[in-house]
Design a protein around this ligand. Structure first.
Ligand SMILES: Nc1ncnc2c1ncn2[C@@H]1O[C@H](COP(=O)(O)OP(=O)(O)O)[C@@H](O)[C@H]1O
Ligand SMILES: N[C@@H](CCOP(=O)(O)O)C(=O)O
Length: 316
C-alpha cells in the first residue's frame, strides 16, 4: 500500500464541494498502488477515486487525462476525469496535481483463465484502435531512453552477472530499435502497464482498465508484450502459458490483426517488456521514496522472465 500524502476528511470534502460533486460519505486511502496517492470517495449518489500525483507534473498529466477522456467518450471502460465548472480536468490539491475519476466496478483477477486473457486481448486492441486518432503526443516515459539513463546507475547495486545482463540486453534493445523491421511497427498511444492489477472484472466481464499514468506513444507491440508477460505467465514457474497467450493474441487479432513485422518482433518485444519492468522494479528497490507503507514489487520475477525469454534460464 502507498499513501504518500495523508489528507483529512474535511480537506477532501472541501475539494469535492468545489468540484460540485456533493458531500463525501466516506473517504478511504487505497491499499495498493506504488506510484500515486489514491482515495476512494463515496458520495450519496456516486463513487469516485481521488488521485494525488506524487511524481507526475502539471505538464505531463494532460496527456494521460485527456487520453482517458478520449477513450471514455468512445465507450471504453476506463476512468473518466471529472471536469470543474471551467471544463478543466486537471486540478490541484496540497500543491500537487490532482484528479477525480469515476470508480469503476469490479475487482482484479489474480489468477486469470484463458477467458480473462481473451477479454483483455480484445479490449487492448479496441483501446489501440480507439486511441489512434488521439491528437496529443508524449513519449513512453519508461521507454528506451529511460532504460539507457538508468542502467549505469543500477549497475552499482547489482551483482556482476546482473550487470552483464543489464548491459547486454540494453545493447540488444538499442540495436533492435534501429532496425528497419522495428521502424515499421504500428505506433500510437498505449497503456504500457496493463497488468492484472490494472484491469477489473465483474461477473466474469472486463469492467475496467485503470492506471493510465505510464501511457505514452510507443509501439502497439510493446503493449501486447507487457500483457503477455503478466497475464499469460504462470506465477510460480514464470513459464509462458501457451493456452492463455493464444487466447489473448487470438482475441486481440480479431479486432486488430498483427502485421508481419509485429509477428516477427514479438519475441524481442517480450524481452523489451520484461527488461522494462525489471529495471523499474530495481529502481524502486534501490531508489526508494517515503510512503506510509510501501512494498516494492519483486525485481527478480522479471529478471527470471527475461532470462527465460533469452533462453538462459533452465527451469528445474
Ligand atoms: N477508477 C478506478 N476504479 C476502481 N478502482 C480504482 C480506480 N482507480 C484506482 N483504483 C483502485 O486503486 C488501486 C491503485 O490504483 P493505481 O492507479 O494502480 O495506483 P498507482 O498508480 O499508485 O499504482 C487499484 O489497484 C484499484 O484497486
Ligand atoms: N505494474 C508495475 C508497477 C506499476 O505500478 P502500478 O501499481 O501503478 O501498476 C510492476 O508490476 O512492476
Amino acid at each position: 500500500m502507498a499513501v504518500f500524502t495523508e489528507l483529512s476528511f474535511d480537506e477532501v470534502a472541501a475539494f469535492f464541494r468545489a468540484l460540485g460533486l456533493g458531500a463525501p460519505r466516506s473517504v478511504r486511502g487505497v491499499t495498493s498502488g506504488i506510484e500515486n496517492t489514491n482515495y476512494f470517495v463515496d458520495t450519496d449518489g456516486a463513487r469516485y477515486v481521488l488521485t494525488l500525483f506524487e511524481r507526475l507534473t502539471f505538464e505531463q498529466l494532460p496527456f494521460y487525462l485527456h487520453f482517458m477522456k478520449h477513450l471514455a467518450v468512445r465507450g471504453m471502460p476506463v476512468p473518466d476525469p471529472v471536469a470543474d465548472t471551467h471544463g478543466a480536468i486537471l486540478h490541484s490539491l496540497r500543491e500537487r496535481p490532482a484528479v477525480v475519476v469515476n470508480r469503476l466496478p469490479g475487482v482484479s483477477e489474480v489468477e486469470p483463465t484463458a477467458a480473462h486473457c481473451s477479454s483483455v486481448g480484445e479490449c487492448l486492441a479496441r483501446l489501440h484502435l480507439a486511441g489512434s486518432d488521439y491528437p496529443r503526443q508524449q513519449s513512453n516515459r519508461r521507454g528506451l531512453q529511460w532504460w539507457n539513463e538508468v542502467v549505469s546507475v543500477l549497475g552499482r547495486y547489482v551483482s556482476a552477472g546482473q550487470r552483464s545482463l543489464l548491459s547486454t540486453e540494453l545493447a540488444f534493445q538499442n540495436e533492435l530499435a534501429l532496425s528497419s523491421t522495428y521502424r515499421q511497427l504500428p505506433k500510437g498511444p498505449i497503456h504500457a502497464d496493463l497488468f492484472r492489477d490494472n484491469a477489473l472484472f465483474e461477473k466474469g466481464r472486463l469492467s475496467g482498465v485503470i492506471d493510465f499514468y505510464f501511457a505514452g506513444c510507443d509501439t502497439f507491440l510493446f503493449d501486447i508484450a507487457v500483457c503477455l508477460n503478466d497475464w499469460c505467465v504462470d506465477g510460480l514457474t514464470r513459464r509462458h502459458n501457451i493456452e492463455r497467450a493464444a487466447a489473448f493474441l487470438g482475441a486481440y487479432e480479431s479486432a486488430r490483426p498483427l502485421t508481419s513485422s509485429e509477428h516477427r518482433l514479438l519475441p524481442a518485444m517480450q524481452r523489451a517488456a520484461a527488461f522494462r519492468f525489471w529495471l523499474s522494479r530495481l529502481w524502486d528497490v534501490h531508489q526508494p521514496r517515503r510512503a506510509t507503507l510501501l512494498k516494492p514489487h519483486d525485481p527478480s520475477h522479471f529478471e527470471r522472465i527475461l532470462l527465460m525469454l533469452r533462453g538462459e534460464f533452465a527451469l528445474s
